[in-house]
Ligand binder design. Structure first.
Ligand SMILES: [Zn+2]
Length: 219
């Protein structure tokens, strides 16, 4: 479905789907203290928490698997993974879960789609207020956020794949200010769901895609 979506938007691109070789070194990217940068991570890993990974370390590990003849500007690699990729922010000195990390390769995290954009504010108020257990909260707010097993994860992954492609089309500025555009950088689940329902680009980004297609079509 994601490949079909990419082919629909960028018909001149050839999409090749392959399974990624299992990386023995992935555990090296693991983090266990979200309040310390990667160099200062404790060596022991607390197995009781959800495994978190440093997104840039993951990116370097995945990059090793890109064949030499594809290390070229006219190839673009997207890795879809359930690993929760996080990046450390020096603004608040902690790691944050991410939906997409653009680069070579770009990483799209399906777990990040569930965990990174915030659920409705009232959800957390009720959760931290201790008014209800997580199961009944999820029921109460159903539809207003994407949960594990939700079919919208695939649609969201397609949007993030497009963001990763626009990262290269726009020289590193793929995000849009327009809340209706698929390239909107949603910090809230409800905003993400809104862009999935709209399922369109703003005029500026549609125009950019058209120009790119025209250019490729000529070659
Ligand atoms: Zn836009």
């Amino acid at each position: 479905m994601i490949a079909g979506e990419i082919a629909r938007i960028f018909p001149a691109c050839k999409v090749d789907i392959r399974s990624f070789p299992k990386h023995n070194e992935i555990e090296r990217a693991r983090i266990s203290d979200i309040k310390q940068p990667f160099e200062k991570q404790p060596r022991h890993v607390d197995d009781s928490m959800m495994p978190l990974y440093d997104g840039f370390v993951l990116q370097r590990l995945f990059a090793n698997s890109i064949p030499n003849d594809e290390r070229h500007y006219n190839h673009l690699h997207l890795v879809f993974t359930s690993l929760l990729a996080c990046t450390f922010s020096e603004d608040d000195w902690r790691y944050h879960g991410r939906t997409v990390i653009c680069g070579t390769p770009s990483i799209i995290s399906t777990t990040g789609i569930v965990e990174a954009p915030a659920k409705p504010r009232e959800f957390y108020l009720e959760q931290y207020g201790g008014f209800a257990d997580i199961g009944s909260l999820k029921k109460k707010f159903a539809g207003r956020f994407i949960d594990y097993g939700d079919s919208r994860i695939t649609a969201a992954a397609a949007s993030y794949a497009l963001q990763a492609m626009f990262f290269f089309l726009t020289d590193g500025e793929p995000f849009c200010e327009n809340k209706d555009c698929r390239l909107f950088n949603a910090h809230w689940q409800e905003d993400l769901i809104h862009t999935l329902e709209k399922h369109e680009f703003c005029d500026r980004h549609q125009d950019m895609a058209n120009k790119f297609n025209k250019k490729l079509g000529r070659h």
